[in-house]
Design a binder for this molecule. Structure first.
Ligand SMILES: *[C@@H]1O[C@H](CO)[C@@H](O)[C@H](O)[C@H]1NC(C)=O
Ligand SMILES: *[C@@H]1O[C@H](CO)[C@@H](O)[C@H](O)[C@H]1NC(C)=O
Ligand SMILES: *[C@@H]1O[C@H](CO)[C@@H](O)[C@H](O)[C@H]1NC(C)=O
Ligand SMILES: *[C@@H]1O[C@H](CO)[C@@H](O)[C@H](O)[C@H]1NC(C)=O
Length: 438
């Protein structure tokens, strides 16, 4: 924080700079007041020619001087601008407790928390928070002689839940606490610390259905860990589409129902997989990611076309991750807040349906879009499927945001959201976007 005398100095400096500017404009070097008129004689004799040359020479010199004066002036105006900006920031900071102050405090309290937690708690919690020393000789490559375990900053906000999560018998069976773990993740404790215990075995586990039948087969009940959920059988998961109340992805476990038809037809907001693939040379879409991919049907349809899709999913209201895996597809359990675990310019396609929408704060959403842009290869596709928002947000917020990030529109459709429980002004849009080649 800056204090009064510093601010006063800045103000003085500001006034000085402005005075200097006025001085340059109207003082003895002033460009406007100087009389530089060239007298041209009617008859040119030798004397007047050399006089003329001399005058021309000095005019040239003056012109040169003027140029550097202008550049100088430009520079001064620039720094005045910066000063004014700094002053304004300082003044607003003074008026109300600012975001920066809060951030400072947050950082301080995080530091306190880390060491507080580490000092006060169990060895397992210390293992999760404190740095681990590297053997000698490894530091140049790592840039440090110790490694901090990567855990989400949000973890520090939820001491009790975290302490509970990190309480277990080392080498024994982990508590069945999927629900606790996922709540921590969704609150920003992502990634979670790792633990030294074994997950509970599913009762009566049998080998998975062989591929490719596994893509659409009814999975054995034992292949799914049911514990935090009310359903204890696959049939129950299918039937829940008739339950009252809202569930995430309510009907997407019923592989013989609506899932069977998804992305096969191309109409309005619904794009067909084949139509989307046809926008690129055959065979060039090979690997990708489906964000919030429910029961994995998008990946299954792509797999039938020899395309490998990783499906990210939370286990909200259902055992989505185990279900996707039982189909022989790859689930990853990361939220939309986490940096995607892929290197830049690598994926051919990223798809997301229903998940990325206006419930996500704009700042988070923009970071997510930038991250998708990062992992897509040049010419890669971002298929934003059924994004819902208010009518006014469509053109005012989301279309400009996607444009700003640099995506190119290949297809763009929007329509009123007509499904149950939506209000009048809710809209959907679907977009097929491309990361430019250069
Ligand atoms: C013009 O100025 C240059 C140096 O700036 C000088 O070398 C030259 O002699 C001058 N010419 C006349 C005609 O004054
Ligand atoms: C003034 O600032 C602008 C942008 O902030 C910069 O492009 C320009 O080069 C600066 N000019 C000078 C003379 O410093
Ligand atoms: C997928 O790959 C297999 C083996 O290379 C091939 O036989 C099959 O025709 C391919 N399917 C499609 C839809 O391209
Ligand atoms: C958004 O803008 C397009 C034209 O760019 C217009 O046709 C459409 O009606 C607008 N949508 C909404 C919901 O305002």
């Amino acid at each position: 924080m800056l204090h009064g005398s510093y601010k006063l100095k800045m103000l003085m400096l500001l006034i000085l700079t402005n005075l200097l500017t006025i001085f340059i404009f109207s003082g003895p070097f002033s460009l406007s007041s100087r009389n530089n008129r060239l007298m041209i004689p009617l008859v040119l004799d030798h004397d007047s020619t050399s006089h003329l040359l001399h005058e021309l020479n000095s005019t040239k010199a003056q012109l040169f001087a003027s140029f550097s004066l202008i550049a100088d002036l430009h520079h001064k105006i620039n720094s005045t601008n910066l000063l004014v900006q700094a002053l304004l920031i300082e003044l607003t900071r003074e008026r109300k407790p600012s975001v920066e102050k809060e951030t400072d405090q947050a950082v301080k309290s995080i530091n306190n928390d880390v060491f507080g937690i580490a000092a006060a708690s169990s060895d397992e919690l210390k293992l999760a928070f404190l740095p681990h020393k590297l053997p000698l000789g490894y530091s140049p490559r790592m840039g440090s002689d110790e490694i901090y375990p990567p855990i989400g900053a949000g973890c520090l906000r939820f001491h009790e839940e975290l302490a509970q999560y990190m309480t277990y018998a080392i080498g024994g069976e982990c508590p069945v606490d999927d629900d606790l773990a996922q709540k921590l993740i969704l609150k920003g404790c992502e990634p979670l610390p790792r633990r030294r215990c074994h997950p509970k075995f599913p009762v009566g586990y049998v080998e998975p259905t062989p591929f490719p039948d596994s893509l659409w087969a009814i999975p054995p009940d034992s292949s799914i860990i049911w514990d935090p959920y009310t359903c204890k059988s696959y049939q129950c998961l299918i039937d829940r589409k008739n339950f009252p109340g809202y569930f995430d992805c309510k009907d997407c476990f019923d592989l013989q129902g609506r899932e069977k038809r998804r992305w096969l037809y191309d109409r309005g907001l619904d794009y067909g997989i084949d139509q989307v693939l046809q926008t690129k040379p055959a065979g060039t879409i090979r690997i990708g990611l489906d964000i919030g991919g429910g029961s994995g049907t998008f990946a299954a349809r792509m797999r039938e076309r020899n395309i490998t899709i990783i499906t990210s999913s939370m286990n909200l209201d259902g055992p989505f991750n185990s279900f996707i895996a039982s189909r022989g597809l790859i689930p990853i359990h990361v939220s939309i807040s986490q940096r995607l675990p892929f290197f830049e310019n690598t994926l051919d396609i990223v798809h997301s349906m229903h998940v990325l929408s206006n419930w996500i704060p704009d700042a988070t959403l923009e970071l997510t879009f930038y991250d998708i842009y990062r992992v897509l290869r040049p010419g890669g596709l971002f298929w934003l499927d059924h994004f819902f928002c208010q009518g006014s947000q469509l053109n005012q917020t989301y279309a400009p945001m996607l444009g700003r990030i640099g995506f190119k529109k290949l297809r763009w459709n929007f329509g009123k959201k007509l499904d149950r429980g939506s209000n009048k002004n809710e809209w959907y849009f679907s977009a097929l976007l491309e990361k430019p080649m250069t």
